[in-house]
Design a binder for this molecule. Structure first.
Ligand SMILES: [Zn+2]
Length: 209
């Protein structure tokens, strides 16, 4: 229901941008179906995984924006015509794009490596966030692990976005140790809030730190 609502909002925005079909007509229903089934690149998107994920509703919406590359990064703002000097506020080494900020930035990479290392998971980072989510879910393992495993990408993205905004708008930068700690405590809190039964496994996971 929430997923449909967000997609309809997106469709309305696209409608206002006058994305017509070749014959000049525009069907909201057709556009809805297209947006539900495809992400940039034309492949089926991991939408169900996002909306079924055991995270707060606002985080589901945010993850959906990240996977659709619709988050208000410098890359997105520039695509909308804003004249801004783009830089990554986390590493200050390159432009801020959706894929860099949420996947490849050296600060973000440390969060990925934290979870991958603790779960002894070998991983090659894909290029796009949607690819990551599709691959990540398939590596979830047994059902009890899947519940908390699927939370990890949203948790990393949420914490990175908060840290990015803190640096951009409040001129406050946390140390990488603090960013890691915030991410792990957020992860633990969400697991507990959502009543994930396999909490002992998560406690063991945090306890290895
Ligand atoms: Zn960076």
């Amino acid at each position: 229901m929430l997923g449909q609502f967000c997609v309809y909002i997106y469709v309305i925005i696209e409608f206002q941008k006058k994305k017509h079909s070749r014959d000049g007509s525009l069907s909201v229903n057709k556009l809805y179906i297209k947006e539900v089934n495809e992400y940039p690149g034309g492949k089926p998107g991991p939408w169900k995984q996002i909306w079924r994920n055991k995270v707060p509703t606002k985080v589901k919406c945010f993850s959906w924006l990240v996977v659709r590359r619709a988050c208000s990064t410098h890359e997105k703002l520039k695509s909308r015509g804003f004249k801004i000097a783009s830089w990554c506020s986390l590493c200050n080494e390159t432009e801020e794009t959706n894929n860099h900020l949420f996947l490849h930035c050296k600060v973000t990479t440390q969060l990925w490596n934290l979870f991958l290392g603790l779960t002894h998971t070998e991983w090659i980072m894909p290029e796009h966030t949607a690819d990551l989510l599709s691959c990540w879910i398939s590596r979830g393992g047994r059902k009890s692990k899947k519940k908390w495993w699927s939370i990890i990408p949203s948790c990393i993205w949420w914490c990175i976005w908060k840290e990015r905004n803190s640096r951009c708008y409040d001129n406050k930068a946390n140390s990488i140790e603090k960013v890691k700690w915030n991410c792990l405590t957020t992860f633990y809190f969400w697991c507990k809030e959502e009543g994930i039964e396999d909490i002992a496994q998560i406690l063991d996971f945090i306890g290895t730190l």
